[in-house]
Design a protein around this ligand. Structure first.
Ligand SMILES: Nc1ncnc2c1ncn2[C@@H]1O[C@H](COP(=O)(O)OP(=O)(O)OP(=O)(O)O)[C@@H](O)[C@H]1O
Ligand SMILES: [Mg+2]
Length: 321
């Protein structure tokens, strides 16, 4: 596996204005790598240090100590070369008024010094159209940003960060403030870009999003790295227990389930029954048993641990959105 980002013992402290006191440590000595082709998620509560970390990698901020290498380039010695090869979507973006999306894309493209957008063989117009098509805004080429919905604006921001064919794309909370449909559209876009070979580093306040999108996640709190791994591995490490719950019409005797040893616990509090099982394979055996014993049940639900549970366990905090 090829590392495209390598962070070693990264520290960022801010001094307190007008005082000689010890400053605030936004990032307190973290190390990690991001591999080529990954979707990598940085998670953590407000003030954890996610944006600070991203901004240092992106060359928009500098570290107090530690080393940062992006695509083999040093962030302090070669920031301009890094910027040419990465795309950045900030936590919030402002655009020039009275320019259409098409004109803005041309402007961004010229800022990067590219005569042609998209691939080097496309014409400007063709490249612009392909980019708008990619982010599903083909019909908005002549619209202004102020006329876009929140989700459309986020997708357009991503388009602007793609004009120079970056190898790594940074997305800081790309779906905050979007409705569920717009959020899912953005997930599709992120997956599409990743399938085209772009490495993606994102922050998010949605655990479901991180679980769905990210190959690996790093969980931060107060400038420290708490865990880093594939979401599934973090979840399995926390709990291999599945919870099944349902309601019954008649009161149940706990002994009913004694024939299924994979059931680790039975909570029967009429009308609700909760079973904890260690193997998902036994779900059908439980349903069969209830049918055989002619127990009428309803509201049957299966709940496995999620990244949300891992996050809560590590940080002790519900995610603020
Ligand atoms: N320019 C700055 N000067 C002083 N302190 C700063 C500055 N920028 C960030 N901080 C502080 O550094 C800490 C980390 O901030 P950062 O923006 O990296 O958090 P975050 O994890 O991105 O949070 P959020 O989820 O709210 O976006 C916070 O305590 C913040 O107040
Ligand atoms: Mg932030």
């Amino acid at each position: 596996m090829e590392n495209v980002i390598k962070i070693d013992n990264l520290v960022k402290t801010y001094s307190k204005k007008g005082e000689n006191k010890t400053g605030l440590t936004a990032v307190g000595g973290i190390s990690f790598t991001v591999q080529k082709g990954e979707i990598f998620g940085l998670l953590g509560p407000n003030g954890a240090g996610k944006t600070t970390t991203l901004e240092i990698i992106e060359g928009l901020n500098t570290q107090t100590s530690g080393t940062v290498t992006v695509l083999g380039l040093d962030n302090l010695k070669q920031p301009d070369e890094i910027k040419k090869r990465i795309g950045i979507q900030l936590q919030s973006s402002q655009y020039l008024h009275h320019l259409t999306l098409g004109e803005l894309l041309d402007l961004f493209s010229s800022l990067y010094g590219k005569k042609q957008m998209g691939t080097d063989t496309r014409t400007d117009e063709h490249g612009r159209k392909q980019l708008l098509e990619l982010v599903n805004l083909s019909d908005k080429e002549n619209a202004e940003v102020k006329d876009l919905s929140g989700g459309q604006k986020q997708r357009f921001t991503i388009a602007t960060s793609l004009v120079h064919n970056p190898e790594i794309l940074f997305l800081d909370e790309p779906t905050t403030g979007l409705d569920p449909k717009a959020r899912r559209d953005l997930w599709e876009l992120v997956k599409t870009l990743n399938r085209r070979g772009i490495t993606i580093v994102l922050t998010t306040h949605f655990m479901e999003e991180a679980e769905f999108l990210c190959h690996r996640v790093a969980i931060m709190d107060s400038g420290k790295l708490l865990e880093i791994d594939e979401p599934r591995k973090l979840i399995d490490r926390l709990s291999d227990t599945t919870q099944i719950s349902f309601f019954t019409e008649t009161k149940l005797n706990q002994e009913v389930f004694s024939g299924i040893p994979e059931i680790k616990k039975v909570y029967a509090d009429y009308p609700k029954v909760i079973l904890e099982i260690s193997s998902l394979d036994k779900i059908s055996a439980i349903v069969d048993l209830l049918k055989t014993k002619q127990i009428i049940f309803y509201g049957f639900t299966v709940k496995t641990a999620s990244l949300e549970d891992v996050y809560l366990d590590l940080t002790g905090k519900e995610y603020e959105q």
